[in-house]
Design a protein around this ligand. Sequence first.
Ligand SMILES: [Zn+2]
Length: 214
Amino acid sequence: MMNKYELKRTLLDFFFPNRCPVCNKVIGRMDYICNDCADKFQYCGKEETLCGGRLISVCRYNSGTEPIVLGAKRNRDGSKLSFMAYTLMQKITESFDTLPDVLLPVPIYRTDKAKKGYCHTEKICREISELTGIPTVTAVVKIKKTAQQKSLGREQRLTNLKGCFAVTNENTLKGKHVLVIDDVTTTGSTLTEIYHTIENCDPAAVDFAVFART
Ligand SMILES: [Zn+2]
């Protein structure tokens, strides 16, 4: 008997053959990467601290992993979104003895989501939820359109983000061990701003997990 998650992947595979997120070769419906690329894929062993919590990452952001991130962010590439979710799930389950209570995706601005038709971080979180049972809470929204972080210096990055997020559902965070999820982090300023946005909701703990670390 297939579970719901397996059934979903099987149906998806029928319409969009599952592909390797790195080399684009067709792979099995329940696979996440081809064997050749799996051998070469470099995981990141480093763990850091951020805002008093833990910051864990799956891999480094480089020419090898950039196409995965961009395909997931811009083109709704299902194989890439699933690979990011699956590897994050592995990282989360191996890093935490007691799993976090909720997953909080770093939100994108409303009109950006409408234009793309989806929010990549939310999609990644929802798939981690299917794999782990940890619920995804979209308790924070982005209320201000901001300049692209990569065009700015460290100081400007923080000012650029000031007040750009707002909490919409305090109850889903209160007393919870929250794991904030993003695709990439460079200086950690987006994650820091999320932390300052939610700290007044009295979460029990806040940790951070990203797919790629610059
Ligand atoms: Zn491959």
